[in-house]
Structure formats: structure tokens, C-alpha cells
Design a protein around this ligand. Structure first.
Ligand SMILES: Cc1ncc(C[n+]2csc(CCOP(=O)(O)OP(=O)(O)O)c2C)c(N)n1
Ligand SMILES: [Mg+2]
Length: 578
């Protein structure tokens, strides 16, 4: 279970003794109780008390002010995903909130525990047309676990506490809470605090249902070609060690995605992500844990090649409402993922004839794992030429060949873009879980700078590398200013092909021509970062990439390496996700 989670709580409250405090101070105190140490925001009068509360808290809460509200929410989301504590974004009323909607939706799709606290026009004028008067919760309800308004000054702390409790309870997700102006500015003589005490508890994690576990144990015991897929919730649920131990004990081939990349480190003998096409084509059982059976996993349809029966599918999730309903499942389990993986090897042994059964856990076809390992080796061998390509203009894979040599074990790698980031997903193999941040299934461009800001704060001594398409750069590059003002050095590698590559090539394929897909060739995004107070350079020759990256890592400032790549090269994808 993630830190900051509690099972009990609710809106019931008791009166706390002590001095009067305004709503903002109460909300900041609630955030602190849930482990929040940074508030991401962009200023607006409706939320001044939250700033006052942060500044005057003891110790003060760090305040990071950004240049677009989406960046504030993306930063809060990345904080949650990296630290496994809730992230906090504070948005001012009206446009502050609506500017955050795509990022809030991203958190919804990613199951990220984020709390958005917002300002709101005053109740006493409601309906009279005061500035930025709009009923935010009606907009936010579909993309949050809950969205509501607190109207009472003495209830602001308890409401904020409930927001954090909800966001961090599996299945996690964003929670939106706005405060009527008079509630946030108002002094509460006796602020309410949660009845359960002032600290979020680590409630008992609900383990998997024993019957479901037995059913999955039997399926694994009988499978000849099983595959285990690990997704982001394995990391968010704190199940990475248990998942690795179960996979190793059962000798299961593993494919990782999202933030589970790195649960098995690059080079681990069971890690066959690079052979995923063969694994999914030939598997007779696919166990998917901690990620939805969405387009990234073929909607949960595996196997069935050349008239063979489809693979049986097992879905394991952190909460019952996450179990896939759109595809047939041979079994499913919901609950704490660490408890599931801890219990799994015994369930398999029981299915094989008693808890004492010795020897390898699975009597499967001997050749299955070696076959996938061979497929992995040949995929990697086939790539090696392009990773070292000296083509001019630069092949985007060469960037990854150079980067791989420089990445340290604890690096945080962030992807924001189209084709350029698809290459990263394939060729950057993390050594540890929780160090990879992509936008997730909502696929929203613009996450880059927000994620990078959060990563530098969450992992102060690690390398932070942002891989940015030139198109993606347009959504958030102004927030390089935030990196500069807050002294947050990050290495930004812009894969600059001068086009919206992931749209131009598909439109060509569909229509034989393209429109609205060209950007400026060789645009100096590096000079944008220099103008904002950072540094950078443009690279047009393949042999210049490595030295430029080394300068970037050594610079100690936000640094953009603007790599001009060949626009003719399209990422060889097998699906558009539609
Ligand atoms: C907010 C948003 N707008 C539009 C899209 C559609 N889209 C997906 S990939 C892409 C192209 C990205 O171009 P770039 O960042 O330059 O990367 P490239 O594909 O060229 O490597 C676009 C426009 C999106 N995913 N998100
Ligand atoms: Mg591009």
C-alpha cells in the first residue's frame, strides 16, 4: 500500500482546540498530514489563503509557481507517481481550473493520487456574475474520484483531509475540491479535524480473495507458455519486490510497462519485454497485473495465431472496479498487489499437489523461456546497427544509443512526444522501477516540463532526462523558466524532426498527402531555454550527440540538446491505438 493511505476516516469530525485559522491554513495542515511537502500552483487571488497557509506553516511548505496550470497538475501527478505520496496542485478559480483539465484527466487515466484544491467565486454573490464564477465540480466529476465544493470555513481542513484520503485509497486517482471564497478566507474559531486523528493511517491492505488466488494458481500450474505482465500499479501499490520474487520463484517470463519498467532490471534473464510480440502471439496464459487491458495490451486478446486457441487471460488489479469487463477472463483477483504476489507461489504449489511440493514450481514446456530469450536476443542484435547509426540526417535511434551509455542506475527518464518517445519506450531499459514517466493511456502531449520539475524535486541527486518531441515542446517549454527560477537542473533532449511525426506519417499512409503536420525545420528550441536563463545547443551530426549530452549532464542548469533528426523516419508501429 502506498504511503499516506488510510482505510478509515470520512467526513465526520470533532472540534479541535487551538487558535483560529483561516481555511487556507487548515488545508495546508491537512496536506502535510498526508505527506505533502510541495504545492504546485499558478497565482490567483481566489487561492491566496492557501499560499499564506503554506508560507506560515511550520515548517513552511515549499511552493513551486509555474507558467501554466497544466504544468502544476502534471508536476503534482509526477510527484505522486515518483514518491508514492499524494501530489498537490492549487488552481485559481475559473480558467485556472479549466487549464488544468487535461492534466487532471491524465491523472485519472494513470490512477495517480493527486489532490487539486481550487478557489471559487463567493457564495454570497453566486448567480450575480462575479469574476470567474463557474461550478467546477460539474466539469471535473467525470475525471476525478470525487469533485465537490466546501462552503464552511470550519470544515475546510476536514474536507481537504477527506480529499487526500480518497485520492490515496486504491484504486488511486485525482480528487478535486474547491472552496467558496468566504470558506477559504474565513477564520474558523474551532476548525474541524478528522475524527480518526490527525495522521493518515496505514490501514490493513485487503488481500486477494483465496478462491481467486487458487484459481490463478491452478491456471499457472497448468500453463505451458505463461507470461506475466506488470504495470504501473505494481509500483504504486508498493508491490515491486513481491512481484519480482514471485516471478523469480515461478520462473515466469515477464513483460513490464509504465512505471513497472525496471521491476526486473534491464538484462534480467526473465525480462522479455523486447520479445513481447512473440510472447503475446504464442502464450497460452497471460497474467496481467496492475494495468488495464487497454489498447497497449491489445485490449486483452492474446495468442490465437495460425488457428491456435486464444491465450487464457487473468487480470489482477488493486481494486475490484478495475477488473476488465470488456473481454473474457479465465480468472481475476482484486486487492493489495503485494499480498497477491506474496501468496502466489504457494497457490501454484497447492495446485500442483500440496504445499510441500518441491522443485521448480511450474512443469511447463522446457523450451518456452529459452525461445523468448532467443527472440529477445535477436531483436536486440537487429537494433544494434541503428543505435550506432552514423546516418546524416541523424536517425533518432542514435540518440538512444548515445543516451544508454550515459544513464545511471537511478535516472528518471521522462517521455513527452510522438515517434521520438516511442523509440525511448523501446530502447531505454530502466534498472529500477518508478524511474520512467510517460503520459500513460490518455496520451496527452505537454506533460514534459511538469514531470521534469517534479522529478528533479523528488529525486534531487538522480539524473533527470526529459525526452521531448519538437511538437510536444510547444505545450510546455515556457516552463523551462520554472526550472530556471527554482534552480532545477534537468537535461532536455529535443528530438527535432520539424514535424508532428506521429501524425504526418499516418496521414500520408491514409490519404497519400498530409496537412497541418509540419513545424519549423531546425527551430532553435535550445535558444528558447537559453533566453529563459538555462543553456543548450543544437546538434546536427551524429558524432556530436554524445559530447553534447555530456555537456548537458555536467552543466548544472536546465539544458536543452536540440538534436535535428531525419523527418523521413517513422517509428515502425503495429497499431495506432485506435
Ligand atoms: C494534447 C495533444 N494534442 C494532440 C495529440 C495528437 N498527437 C499525438 S502524437 C503527435 C505528434 C507529436 O509530435 P512530436 O512531439 O514532434 O513528436 P514526433 O512524433 O515528431 O517524434 C500529436 C500531434 C496528443 N496526443 N495530445
Ligand atoms: Mg516532431
Amino acid at each position: 500500500m502506498a504511503e499516506g493511505t488510510q482505510e478509515s476516516g470520512g467526513t465526520s469530525s470533532a472540534q479541535a482546540p487551538g487558535p483560529a485559522r483561516h481555511g487556507g491554513a487548515q488545508a495546508v495542515a491537512a496536506a502535510r498530514r498526508h505527506g505533502v511537502s510541495t504545492m504546485f500552483t499558478l497565482s490567483g487571488g481566489h487561492v491566496f489563503p492557501l499560499y499564506d497557509g503554506a508560507v506560515k506553516a511550520d515548517p513552511a511548505m515549499r511552493l513551486v509557481d509555474v507558467r501554466h496550470e497544466q504544468t502544476a497538475v502534471f508536476a503534482a501527478e509526477a510527484t505522486a507517481r515518483l514518491t508514492r505520496r499524494p501530489g498537490l496542485a492549487v488552481l485559481t478559480a475559473g480558467p485556472g481550473v479549466t487549464n488544468g483539465v487535461s492534466a487532471i484527466t491524465t491523472a485519472h487515466f494513470n490512477g495517480s493520487p493527486v489532490v487539486i484544491l481550487a478557489g471559487r467565486a463567493p457564495d454570497y454573490r453566486w448567480g450575480s456574475g462575479s469574476l470567474q464564477e463557474i461550478d467546477h465540480p460539474r466539469l471535473l466529476s467525470p475525471v476525478t474520484k470525487r469533485a465537490w465544493t466546501e462552503h464552511q470555513a470550519d470544515q475546510v481542513g476536514a474536507a481537504a483531509d477527506e480529499a487526500f484520503r480518497l485520492a490515496t485509497t486504491p484504486h488511486r486517482g485525482p480528487v478535486f475540491l474547491d472552496f467558496a471564497l468566504e470558506a477559504l478566507f474565513g477564520e474558523a474559531a474551532a476548525p474541524a479535524v478528522p475524527a480518526g486523528g490527525s495522521h493518515p493511517g496505514e490501514g490493513p491492505a485487503a488481500g486477494p480473495d483465496p478462491d481467486s488466488l487458487d484459481a490463478i494458481g491452478s491456471l499457472l500450474a497448468g500453463a505451458s507458455r505463461p507470461v506475466l505482465v506488470l504495470g504501473s500499479d505494481v509500483w504504486l501499490d508498493g508491490a515491486e519486490a513481491a512481484a519480482r520474487a514471485a516471478a523469480e520463484e515461478l520462473r515466469l517470463p515477464v513483460i513490464t510497462n509504465g512505471q513497472a519498467r525496471g521491476v526486473l532490471p534491464a538484462g534480467h534473464d526473465l525480462l522479455v519485454t523486447r520479445a513481447r510480440a512473440a510472447a503475446f502471439r504464442e502464450a497460452d496464459l497471460v497474467v496481467v497485473a496492475g494495468t488495464p487491458l487497454d489498447f497497449r495490451l491489445g485490449y486483452g486478446e492474446f495468442g490465437g495465431a495460425n488457428g491456435a486457441p486464444r491465450a487464457q487471460v487473468v487480470h489482477v488489479t488493486d481494486a475490484p472496479d478495475q477488473v476488465a469487463a470488456h473481454c473474457p477472463l479465465a480468472a481475476a483477483a482484486a486487492g493489495d498487489l503485494a499480498a497477491f504476489f506474496t501468496a502466489l507461489p504457494d497457490a501454484v504449489r497447492r495446485a500442483r499437489g500440496g504445499a510441500g511440493a518441491a522443485g521448480p514450481a511450474l512443469p511447463r514446456g522446457e523450451s518456452w523461456l529459452p525461445r523468448l530469450q532467443a527472440a529477445r536476443a535477436s531483436a536486440m542484435a537487429a537494433d544494434s546497427a541503428l543505435l550506432a547509426s552514423d546516418a546524416d540526417p541523424i536517425h533518432p535511434m542514435r540518440v538512444y544509443g548515445e543516451l544508454a551509455r550515459l544513464l545511471e542506475t537511478d535516472a528518471v527518464v521522462i517521455g513527452d512526444g510522438g515517434d521520438f518517445v516511442s523509440y525511448a519506450g523501446k530502447y531505454v531499459e530502466p534498472q529500477r522501477p518508478g524511474g520512467w514517466l510517460d503520459p500513460g493511456p490518455y496520451g496527452c502531449l505537454g506533460t514534459g516540463l511538469g514531470y521534469a520539475i517534479a522529478a528533479r524535486i523528488a529525486r534531487p541527486s538522480a539524473q533527470v532526462v526529459l525526452l521531448l518531441g519538437d511538437g510536444a515542446a510547444g505545450f510546455s517549454l515556457m516552463d523551462a523558466d520554472t526550472l530556471v527560477r527554482h534552480r532545477l537542473p534537468v537535461v532536455i533532449i529535443c528530438g527535432n524532426n520539424g514535424i508532428w511525426g506521429l501524425e504526418k506519417h499516418p496521414m500520408q499512409a491514409v490519404y497519400g498527402y498530409d496537412v497541418a503536420a509540419d513545424l519549423q525545420p531546425q527551430c532553435r528550441y535550445d535558444e528558447v531555454v537559453r533566453a529563459l536563463g538555462g543553456d543548450g545547443e543544437m546538434v546536427t551530426r551524429p558524432e556530436a550527440i554524445g559530447p553534447a549530452l555530456r555537456r548537458a549532464f555536467g552543466s548544472g542548469v536546465p539544458y536543452l540538446v536540440n538534436v535535428i533528426t531525419d523527418p523521413k523516419i517513422a517509428y515502425p508501429r503495429s497499431t495506432t491505438g485506435i
